[in-house]
Design a protein around this ligand. Sequence first.
Ligand SMILES: [Zn+2]
Length: 207
Amino acid sequence: MSIYYYLKAYFEEGQRNITVNLSELGENLLSDIGKPMSHDVIKRGINDLVKLNIIYKNNQLRPGQVNEYEVRLPSEIPEVIDMINADKNISIEKKNEDLEDFYTNPEKRIKIFERDNKKCFYCLCELQNNTFYLDHIFPRAKGGENYKFNLITACKTCNSKKSDKDAETFLLDSYRGGLLTQEEFMNQKVTLKNLTEKYKECKSIGI
Ligand SMILES: [Zn+2]
C-alpha cells in the first residue's frame, strides 16, 4: 500500500511512467518498525501491485535500463471499476423497488404489513394477514402513488373512518380519542414524518 502511494505521488506530479530503482525506493519508504524497507520487501510489493493490475511493468526495456512502471489511478484499476459498478447496480435496484406498486401486488402488501409490525398504524390494534388494509398517506384521490413509502397498515375501522383525511390529522384524532398514549402518538408521528420524507424523495425521482 505505501509503495503504491509513493508511486502515485509521482503520478500526481504529472509523471505517468515511473522509473523505479528498487534500492533508492527502499530508502524512501519506511517499514512498520521505522527502518528503510529491504530490497526484497520492495520487490515483493512491486510484484504484488503488478499482479493486481495496479501498476503495469514496461517490458520493452533496453539492457541496463532501470525498471519502468506505469501507475494506474484507483479509478483505472479493473477490480475497483467492478466494485464501483456493483455498488451502482445495487443502488439502482433499490431505487427501482422504491418506485414499485406495493398496493396491488399481494406479496408486496405483506411486506408493508410486516414493516408496520402487523399493527394498525393509527390505533395500534393487532391484525392478521387477512384482516389488514393498506392506507395511502397521500390519498390516491389527490395523486398519491402506490409506493411503499406512501402506504401504511390500517384496520378496517381506521381505514374507513380516515377516508381522504390527512394522515397526521387522523393520527391526532386517534390520540384525542384515547386510542393511543402520548408516547405512542409521538412515535407514530416520527414514523409518519420519515415515511413522508422518503416518499417525497421518490416522487422527485419518479416524475
Ligand atoms: Zn386502527
